[in-house]
Design a protein around this ligand. Structure first.
Ligand code: FES
Length: 188
């Protein structure tokens, strides 16, 4: 009985002098109080940093329109591989890369632009003017001039890229898509 009473006192007392009292460790209490207060504050301060790191790692790079050339310089009805410089901003890194795309001019205001990457497994295909077809050398996928799959293992048509005309120049937005699947999903 006496033992139980002492345990009860030890649990409840906060500073009295009753017999059997075991003083509460005030420093320990203070530490716990500071910990309880500081944990949510620390989390609040660190959360924006975590968000920035995660979004930098997983965010797609922002695609921008890049000048490819004057509208007048493209031959109508004939696919042509055009080079252009793509300015890429990933996190705080600013870099310029060279890319190309298949450009087909229908008129001075209408174009089709294809990514040069085969939708099967990512090889580069070519235009065969005699056959009037795009053919991929890797596994033999064949595409029509409007990008439709005519044969081979390609799971979807050629990937089109966004384009616009500004002050008489053609601009293309460089984007990359996942290969080997029927849906066109942007990955870069
Ligand atoms: S990568 Fe083009 S057909 Fe396989």
């Amino acid at each position: 009985m006496e033992g139980n009473h002492q345990k009860e006192l030890a649990n409840k007392c906060t500073g009295c002098n009753c017999p059997g009292h075991i003083p509460v460790d005030r420093r320990g209490l203070l530490k716990r109080f500071v910990w309880v207060l500081s944990t949510p504050l620390t989390a609040l301060m660190v959360w924006p940093l975590i968000q920035t790191i995660v979004s930098t790692i997983f965010r797609l790079p922002k695609a921008v329109y890049t000048k490819v050339g004057p509208v007048k310089s493209f031959t109508s009805g004939q696919p042509g591989l055009s080079n252009f410089e793509f300015v890429e901003d990933v996190a705080y890194l600013h870099s310029t890369k060279l890319f190309d795309a298949w450009v087909i001019k229908h008129s001075d205001t209408k174009f089709t632009v294809f990514s040069p990457i085969c939708t099967h497994l990512g090889c580069r295909f070519d235009w065969y003017p005699q056959a009037k077809k795009f053919i991929c050398p890797c596994h033999g996928s064949v595409f029509s001039i409007d990008g439709k799959v005519l044969g081979g293992p390609a799971p979807r048509p050629l990937d089109t890229l966004p384009w616009k005309i500004e002050n008489g120049d053609l601009y293309v937005k460089w984007e990359r898509f996942r290969v080997g699947i029927p849906s066109k999903i942007r990955v870069g």
